[in-house]
Design a protein around this ligand. Structure first.
Ligand SMILES: [Zn+2]
Ligand SMILES: [Zn+2]
Length: 551
């Protein structure tokens, strides 16, 4: 297989329909990539036109890059890397290295392009000193919420590769970027390999012959995005949000959620085709106070889960009241869903205690979604005794002992504990939701509400990208992070996001929800939307299968 030497460039002709595979032989090496139409000097790969045509600043598998004539020029047909490439930055040049402090000549992609064309395609003339902006294969440029760009080491590992299909007869130029003064090549420019094939299947076959020592086993990512909506409405002001000063204006914002916010979100879900792939946790009070809106939620095909009656905080109720509330909510939701009993529960404001878990097990719930022992994997809902609080009126020796936390194996009915009802936990907490940062409550400690949606959006994307780059499916070391019981065979990771009609139904926030949904869709088949119920069922099935295979 031909080698593209570190710090050097190469140029070659490729016919329409042929494929070029570029292998990141040693990992973490950026390639500047150009494509020219040999018979039209004004037609070449244009990153600015590609950005416009894609309405995006990156390229995903299945998408094309475009020419100055707005025609597809190459298509990314295969990508075994985590999918981070760049179409924003220019090629490095002598001036760039001078600005970084180089006093002597430094190899650069600008000169490499001209040198490669002169050496390999001498008949193809380009203007002296002209270099179009390249497609920066493997370059990792993170965009912050304020639009600032951060250059990071590439995410591509040893042996990972991309395959591009030529959409026209082309002259292609590649430069193994010699940048060693910033981290974009992880500090050490390296060789790469490339090969041209007549069709994609050849490129896949040949790729399997890459020596094993170079190839880290990778499979396409599978991420399950678990979007849920807690339909608090007026109930939010009655239970956890109760306060003697609550007045008509406070309740008014709850009525907005019931009559306006929920409908806006339902329309967004319909427009993005995911209405039947999400879960709504609806308090009994909302079901009975806003029947028309709630009926539309049911008709959307969404899953309905429980969320208290009046959004009661667990600290506000006796055990008996807690049990009575759950009974009533099961009854109301079962009637709403034409006899189908709800299978999932989320505690209002995540206020859950050991008695709640016992009740959920007694009522044979499939899952709860109020805890965060893990942030991106389902796990067994715990069954530990309450953690003891410190009594500072006593001697220090009275509290200095460890807290017993049960081994997850003990909660696995398919392993060591056949008597326990299997109760799956789908993680959720403050950092997965819109309301804490984006909603103002006059009487709630730490209530915010004037945070930019871009801050929240960026936090969610940062979390997603860290998991994308580090989740167990692509990272052997990560398998030890929790323990073997944790491994979720039905996805590389689960990504919970919680929104409220009260909050995300507001006109300055709902655009963020739409941007997030579109962003997830940009990952193609690797990222799918699922109801909580389906994620819990599949995880349970995977645990069962694992146990019968490896008892
Ligand atoms: Zn460069
Ligand atoms: Zn709530």
């Amino acid at each position: 297989m031909p080698t593209l030497l570190a710090r050097k460039g190469v140029a070659l002709s490729i016919r329409k329909g042929q494929h070029i595979r570029v292998t990141n032989t040693h990992g973490k090496q950026v390639v500047d990539f150009w494509a020219f139409n040999p018979s039209d000097s004004h037609d070449y790969l244009s990153t600015v036109h590609s950005r416009r045509m894609l309405s995006n600043v990156s390229l995903r598998k299945g998408q094309s890059l475009y020419s100055t004539r707005r025609k597809p020029i190459v298509t990314l047909v295969e990508d075994t890397t985590p999918g981070i490439h760049d179409i924003i930055l220019p090629a490095c040049d002598a001036e760039r290295y001078r600005m970084l402090g180089a006093t002597d000549y430094h190899d650069n992609c600008h000169d490499n392009m001209h040198g490669a064309l002169r050496e390999h395609c001498p008949d193809f003339k380009v203007a002296d000193d002209w270099v179009p902006d390249p497609f920066n294969m493997f370059l990792n440029v993170a965009i912050d919420h304020d639009g600032s760009l951060h250059l990071r080491p590439p995410t591509s590992e040893k042996g990972q590769y991309v395959v591009l299909r030529a959409e026209a007869d082309l002259i292609i130029v590649m430069s193994s970027c010699p940048q060693d003064m910033t981290p974009i090549n992880a500090g050490q420019p390296a060789d790469l390999e490339y090969a041209v094939f007549d069709d994609a299947s050849c490129s896949r076959e040949a790729s399997s012959s890459i020596s094993r020592s170079l190839t880290r086993p990778t499979s396409p990512k599978r991420v399950k995005v678990a979007i849920s909506f807690d339909f608090d409405a007026v109930s939010g002001w009655l239970g956890t949000g109760c306060h003697p000063d609550n007045n008509m204006a406070d309740y008014s914002s709850g009525i907005f959620a019931g009559q306006v916010g929920a409908i806006r979100l339902l329309n967004l879900l319909k427009k993005t085709n995911i209405a039947d792939k999400v879960t709504w946790f609806i308090p009994g009070h909302t079901i009975e106070t806003f029947p028309a809106s709630v009926q539309k939620v049911v008709e959307s095909g969404a899953e309905i889960g429980l969320h208290g009656y009046s959004h009661e905080g667990i600290y506000q109720m006796t055990s008996q009241q807690e049990s009575d509330v759950l009974d009533k909510c099961i009854e109301v939701a079962t009637k709403l869903c034409g006899g189908k009993k709800p299978r999932g529960y989320r505690a209002p404001l995540y206020t859950i205690r050991e008695t709640t878990v016992e009740l959920l097990r007694r009522h044979q719930f499939l899952y709860d979604s109020s805890l965060s022992h893990h942030d991106s994997e389902p796990f067994w809902t715990p069954a530990d005794p309450p953690i003891e609080k410190i009594d500072f009126s006593k001697d220090a020796s009275s509290w200095m002992h460890p807290t017993p936390i049960r081994d997850p194996k003990d909660l696995n009915p398919f392993a060591s504990n056949p008597d326990i009802h299997p109760l799956v936990e789908i993680p959720c907490n403050w950092y997965s939701e819109d309301m804490t940062p984006l909603h103002y409550f006059p009487h709630v400690n730490n209530s915010m509400g004037y945070v930019s949606t871009r801050v929240v959006e960026q936090m969610w994307k940062d979390k997603f990208m860290w998991l994308w780059e580090n989740a167990p499916g692509n990272n052997e070391e990560a398998h030890d992070e929790f323990d073997s019981e944790r491994a979720n065979d039905s996805a590389d990771f689960v990504f919970p996001l919680l929104m409220h009609p009260d909050t995300s139904g507001m006109a300055h926030i709902i655009g963020m929800c739409e941007r997030m949904i579109d962003w997830f869709k940009g990952f193609g088949d690797s990222v799918q939307f699922h109801k909580h119920e389906d994620i819990a069922k599949e995880w349970l099935a995977a645990q069962k299968a694992k146990q019968s295979k490896d008892p």
